[in-house]
Design a protein around this ligand. Structure first.
Ligand code: ADP
Ligand code: MG
Ligand code: MG
Ligand code: MG
Length: 391
């Protein structure tokens, strides 16, 4: 084996790496293309057209490009991503890419090529409905969040696992960009001048800011289970038959409502940008929760053996808190994707300027209501009814 000294790959050295690893025949002609978005990581697609074989190499870069500058960012996140994919593979092998090879010194993961699927955000924007999406994500959430929690693992085993997901630098990005910056006049914020009044109102809204601070506390302090940490619709590949979750580099032990809330919010952008999609999207939100709740409860009843988990009402308490947290986290995601640093194509891609502004105003006010009123929702059906009558 070669010495493993970190260097960013290029299209030539990526080909050398997969050949050295014996993933392709030595003499075969390989095509290699860098297909990533280029902010934090490199992603190469390497294909042997003759034998119809291909793989993806993802490599972390030692810096992140943010607001035109670059700041150092630990390569350790490649290992976190690879370790999370391996855990997901144990519980839901059909819902994540197969990992062929990982190398922590090179910050590299070589995995199954999912190019036959589409990034869910793009597909939804183009009008796909992905009938199996919510059932699959509900199952992914239930299994990943149950099997890594204290309700399944012994507390010492869970603490040992949590140590592998020590991820302070990526957590800090979320802590700042999701929970703090959008609620204050911060340099990272980015929004249209026409939204200034709406944004000022939000910055002066002390009720909202207090509730957002409480949600931040949950994110900072509740190490309930291994969460993906970046489960938006750009981290999911879909077709009408398949669903695959990718990109868990933000994974750490956090509150279980967070992944659910991020997924909800990124579905909601589809209604906010096109009210004609209300039924499809509300069905997905409701079905995500219902499949999560059903599978999670079944696992709890069959595989949770600690005495305290059998106390009458305790599972209901955990689930209700999870739902209310998810609604609050979703509200934070709606706001930060509207006026914070990282926007979404669902909103920014609305062609008419007036409609785009209106959609962004709706996103801000829905986000605000969800954060402030999250404790009013006792069940998913009440939340769905509320969304149906919003505005
Ligand atoms: P980042 O952390 O930089 O966002 P992602 O893991 O989300 O990286 O990958 C960025 C892009 O690379 C994806 O949006 C997708 O287009 C492509 N990509 C990533 N993984 C795969 C894969 N397994 N198969 C095909 N394309 C992929
Ligand atoms: Mg990206
Ligand atoms: Mg990504
Ligand atoms: Mg990523």
């Amino acid at each position: 084996a070669k010495e493993k000294i970190y260097e960013p790959l290029n299209e030539d050295s990526a080909v050398v790496l997969v050949k050295d690893l014996g993933l392709f025949e030595k003499e075969i002609l390989l095509e290699c293309e860098e297909i990533g978005d280029g902010n934090l990581n490199l992603v190469f697609r390497i294909a042997d057209r003759l034998n119809n074989k291909s793989v993806i190499i993802k490599q972390a870069l030692p810096y992140a490009k943010v607001v035109g500058e670059s700041w150092p960012l630990t390569l350790q996140r490649a290992q976190i991503e690879a370790d999370a994919l391996k855990i997901y593979h144990q519980h839901t092998p059909n819902l994540v890419p197969k990992v062929h090879y990982t190398n922590n010194d090179l910050a590299v993961t070589i995995m199954e090529d999912l190019s036959h699927l589409k990034i869910t955000r793009s597909g939804l924007i183009e009008g796909e409905s992905y009938p199996l999406l919510s059932g699959h994500i509900g199952e992914f959430l239930a299994k990943s969040l149950f099997y890594t929690s204290d309700y399944y693992l012994t507390p010492p085993a869970k603490k040992a696992l949590a140590k592998k997901f020590y991820n302070p630098e990526l957590c800090k990005i979320t802590e700042d960009l999701v929970f703090t910056d959008p609620f204050f006049n911060s340099e990272t914020n980015e929004f249209e001048e026409e939204l200034t009044d709406d944004v000022q109102k939000l910055w002066n809204d002390l009720v909202l800011k207090l509730e957002a601070a409480k949600l931040k506390k949950s994110f900072l302090t509740e190490g309930e289970a291994l969460i993906h940490g970046d489960l938006h619709t750009g981290s999911i590949f879909s077709s009408n038959e398949e669903t695959k979750v990718i990109d868990p580099e933000f994974a750490f032990f956090g509150p279980i409502g967070f992944d659910i809330g991020q997924f909800f919010a990124n579905l909601l952008f589809q209604i906010i940008s096109d009210t004609g999609k209300e039924k499809i999207i509300l069905d997905h939100i409701s079905n995500t929760w219902n499949s999560f709740q059903t599978i999670y409860s079944d696992l709890w009843l069959s595989e949770s053996h600690e005495k305290y988990t059998r106390v009458e009402g305790y599972l209901d308490y955990v689930l209700k808190k999870c739902l209310q947290d998810a609604i609050g986290f979703a509200g934070c995601e709606l706001i930060r994707r509207t006026i914070g640093l990282a926007h979404v194509q669902d909103l920014d891609g609305i062609p008419s300027f007036d409609k785009r502004l209106q959609a962004k105003r709706n996103s801000l006010s829905l986000g605000r209501e969800m954060i402030v009123h999250r404790a009013d929702f006792q069940e998913i059906s009440g939340f769905i009814d509320y969304l149906r009558t919003f505005q």
